[in-house]
Design a protein around this ligand. Structure first.
Ligand code: MLT
Length: 331
């Protein structure tokens, strides 16, 4: 990988979407010069990153092929892109590779936080917690209208069975849910998880669906009207609990306008999203629907996850500056 010489063991690092304070201090204590600033797309396209040896982003900064082209002029030092988190859909990894830039993420550091957020959204959905709070603030006392259902005794369908989905499976199972999953890429799974070869079967079987796959051409709008229409609406325990979907994975996998329609026609009782096709969300018809509640992409935003992410990213950066090639990278 390019950019590093023995004299650049101390580097200039841009942190564009924030990182844990202790991690920044550890980098500064190791002698690195850290600039913590969010750059606009215009500044990125003007080549501001060429001034740095390394950049660390979360999801707000998009490192496109154009940004890399303008940051890779003669004399550019940029040799490391760190994704403080899991998803690298905001980084053109192939373009980085072509430019000799190493890309690293911190895949396991936020698992527990995202698992807890997913379960939290399911319970908030089934018990109308967000809706109850909204109605209290409007001065209403909707004790009768806000009757919920238990998640125990229902089938949970996981789309994708990676680290986070497996954590959700454990938690859901301990709360009394039967767990199902669809993941054409996994080789093995615990025998108490019912695997499906066809994603449609997962929708037919489950009243609760949780999204845990990456966004790709294959998964864009995978959760759509046709599939929502297949969900049974009645739990294994015979309760007419309606259908519920949660996504803390990536925007664009749930077709938001199909889901809004399903909330309106009753095929879906609730939808809880932490991630959206367009972020920040701005105006959305979802915001006017009682069965919807959301959060602004904060599933990994806990003190614990951000500390672990910071610690892991600091080690990767220090390793990069010492050896030129961190032990775990995506390219
Ligand atoms: C991730 O991919 O790590 C999450 O979406 C968290 C984030 O970007 O904040």
């Amino acid at each position: 990988m390019r950019g590093l010489s023995l004299s650049s063991i101390v580097g200039r690092i841009a942190i564009t979407d924030g990182m844990d304070d202790q991690a920044i201090k550890a980098l500064e204590d190791a002698g690195h010069e850290v600039t913590s600033t969010h750059y606009s797309i215009e500044e990125l396209l003007d080549g501001v990153l060429a001034e740095f040896d390394a950049v660390v982003v979360r999801s707000a900064t998009k490192i496109t092929a154009e940004v890399l082209a303008s940051s890779s002029s003669d004399g550019s030092k940029l040799g490391f892109i760190g994704r403080a988190g899991v998803g690298v859909d905001n980084i053109d990894v192939a373009a980085a590779t072509n430019n000799g830039i190493v890309v690293c993420n911190t895949p396991g550091a936020s698992t527990r936080s995202v698992v807890e957020m997913t379960i939290g959204h399911f319970i908030a959905s089934a018990r109308h917690i967000a809706r109850a709070d909204r109605s209290l603030r409007e001065g209403k006392w909707q004790k009768k209208e806000l009757k919920g259902t238990e998640i125990a005794g229902k089938s949970l369908g996981l789309i994708g069975l990676g680290r986070i989905a497996r954590g959700v499976a454990d938690a859901a199972s301990s709360l009394g849910m039967e767990v199902h999953a669809y993941d054409p890429y996994v080789q093995s799974s615990p025998d108490w998880i019912n695997m499906h070869d066809d994603v449609d079967d997962l929708f037919r079987k489950c009243t609760h669906i949780s999204v845990h796959c990456n966004l790709s051409e294959e998964t864009r709008n995978l959760v759509n009207s046709a599939r929502i229409g297949m969900m049974p609406g009645v739990g294994n325990d015979g309760t007419a609990c309606g259908n519920h979907i949660v996504s803390c994975a990536r925007g664009g996998i749930v077709d938001e306008s199909d889901a809004a329609m399903a909330l309106q026609n009753g095929q879906l009782q609730t939808l809880a999203l932490d991630v959206f096709d367009r972020e920040p969300l701005g105006d959305s018809e979802l915001l006017s629907l009682d069965g919807f509640h959301g959060s602004p992409h904060i599933a990994a935003s806990t003190m614990e996850a951000q500390r672990r992410i910071g610690t892991e990213m600091t080690s990767l950066l220090i390793e990069y500056f010492e050896t030129g090639s961190p032990s775990t990278s995506l390219n």
